[in-house]
Design a protein around this ligand. Sequence first.
Ligand SMILES: C[S@@+](CC[C@H](N)C(=O)[O-])C[C@H]1O[C@@H](n2cnc3c(N)ncnc32)[C@H](O)[C@@H]1O
Length: 298
Amino acid sequence: MTPAQCKTIEAAGTNAHRLASGPGGWVERLGDDVILSYKSDAARDELSAGLTKWCTDSGWQPVRVFHRFMPIKNADRVSPVLHSGDASLPLTTVVTEAGIRYGLDIGASYSHGLFLDQRLNRAKLHALKPRRVLNTFAYTCSFSLVAALAGAETLSVDLSRKSLDRGRHNLALNGVAETKHRFVAEDAAELLPQLAVRGERFDAIILDPPTFSRSKNGRRWQVEDHFEDLLSAALEVAAPKCAILLSTNCTKLDPARLERSARWCAKGKRRTADYVKLPPPVDFPPGHGSSTLWMMLR
Ligand SMILES: C[S@@+](CC[C@H](N)C(=O)[O-])C[C@H]1O[C@@H](n2cnc3c(N)ncnc32)[C@H](O)[C@@H]1O
């Protein structure tokens, strides 16, 4: 992204965004810091040279630069390594997006805590002002946070208790009390039918599952095989006019295939919907970022 585009994003209260994206990796600005994620040494050197030029052109200098090698297998991921800057500074930090504060952990190997490609989807959820929000695969609960700030009550579900605790911390960082917000460390696919039986209904649902997962009882989850089951279960707890965000990093599930699946599930549950695909954020060129689609039930 150009320094001018960066200024526009900053003016909107955001200091967490990509600076560059390429086939061999990407560079993220996270407040005062930068993480350069790379798939090969050649890509690292090219991105690093690009970052140096970007800093010269823009006049902005990061306090720290971290390098993170991205192995082919997610399971082999390692934490970012400090490349330049003060090693005594804490690895936890706070960034802002649209003026909302998010706590990050730069030392984490999976992700620092905020998926930057979801910026426009978070803004849409905030603008929808839903009353009751179900955030499945909630991770650090960024969607719950924006919904809470728009007045919603939320239910955040994730297998990882640690991630949900980070979600709680994100609410606290923004002065939101937990009173209207529930955090449940369960398998989302198992919890959805229980919510339906209990008669719970939601005005917005976030479905952003990982590509692969294993449930508590060892059940293997593969998004392209199970997405339709998940959406069908979500439709059972969707109130009239519910907005459902469908999102995945699985390259086999592009927005066109997501829409086909969604139409098939809607038909099976006798629901009708409009489908809205937002343009990608300016810092995510085609081929970068998740496939996402909003299913707006009628
Ligand atoms: C892609 S991240 C979700 C990102 C999140 N929507 C966001 O924008 O911040 C996937 C999350 O799903 C969680 N997860 C994996 N399998 C799960 C399951 N079966 N049920 C609930 N959560 C699960 C992981 O712990 C992880 O936090």
